[in-house]
Design a protein around this ligand. Structure first.
Ligand code: NDP
Ligand code: 8X3
Length: 257
């Protein structure tokens, strides 16, 4: 039976690159996200590059528990044997100090990055257990889950929560042999900053100027590394930055590192 990966947030950035890499590795893909036209585009690309790979696109907003539970409960029988779940959907909304922030941004980040990840995990894990798929959950955390920075407050808090959930899920699922991995990237050039700055592409671009940031393929590779270890090996935690970034505070943006 072919391996199946379920990816949240496959319509852009890291999720998109991960879908392509798993397809290249011969896996069938359940690709989810809110933007249907992007899912259609991803399907087309995968079908033309990897014609033997099956892809199931699902329009899914991870913030809706009802939608998540219904969609996953109604998966066709042949798509239920999910081996890997990549909890990737997430965002930073705004970059403000606590007293200036838009509280709607807080809700969006908490609902997506924490509650969304939980809803999807809650729905997928019983399938991994039922079908004995040697399940593996990969949670996208961040260096913002390791340290906090000015104006990062709630985004950092959500990623700290992802760190705690990664560790505690690993304990809960120990009896089932389900692996749980956390991946914590520094700056990756995707749509992340465009979303954070609410469509201000110039401001987003500045984030990545003067150095070579990570790209989505670097993180897809890292996810693949964790997933492709032998059965007895679990990669618990990987922190990855570009060479110009030491941690959330220290950069060298004056050389092409
Ligand atoms: P992108 O903005 O490029 O992609 C984010 C993805 O998340 C999109 O596919 C988007 O799809 C999806 N998404 C957002 N909200 C929802 C929602 N409510 N329901 C379903 N899907 C949603 O960002 P990245 O690829 O960079 O980010 C992926 C993950 O990596 C995030 O968790 C982010 O926090 C984390 N990360 C990113 C870093 C970076 O510097 N880029 C660094 C560290 C971690 P759609 O809009 O179609 O729903
Ligand atoms: C994204 C990386 O440093 O902007 O998670 O928080 S950072």
């Amino acid at each position: 039976m072919t391996n199946i990966v379920f990816i949240t947030g496959a319509t852009a950035g890291i999720g998109w690159a991960t879908a392509l890499l798993f397809a290249q590795q011969g896996w069938d893909i359940i690709a989810t996200g809110r933007r249907k036209e992007r899912l259609d585009e991803l399907c087309k690309q995968i079908q033309s590059q990897y014609p033997t790979i099956k892809i199931l696109p699902l329009v899914l907003d991870v913030r809706s528990n009802e939608q998540v539970q219904k969609t996953i409960a109604n998966l066709p029988q042949n798509w239920q044997h999910i081996r890997v779940l990549v909890n990737n959907a997430g965002l930073a909304a705004g970059l403000n100090t606590i007293e200036n922030a838009d509280t709607n941004d807080w809700d969006t980040m908490i609902d997506t990055n924490i509650k969304g990840l939980l809803y999807v995990t809650r729905a997928v894990v019983p399938l991994m257990i039922e079908h004995k798929t040697q399940g593996h959950i990969v949670n996208l955390s961040s260096i913002a889950g390791k340290e906090v920075y000015l104006r990062g407050n709630v985004y950092c808090a959500t990623k700290h929560a992802v760190e705690a959930l990664t560790k505690s899920t690993r304990i809960d699922l120990l009896p089932y042999g389900i692996k749980v991995t956390g991946i914590s990237p520094g700056a990756v050039e995707t749509e992340f900053s465009i979303v954070r700055y609410k469509g201000d592409e110039e401001k987003a671009k500045q984030m990545y100027t003067g150095y070579t940031p990570l790209n989505a393929n670097d993180i897809a590779d890292t996810i693949w590394y964790a997933v492709s270890r032998p059965k007895h090996v679990n990669i618990g935690d990987i922190t990855i930055t570009c060479n110009a970034q030491a941690n959330v505070y220290y950069w060298d943006k004056n050389q092409q590192n």
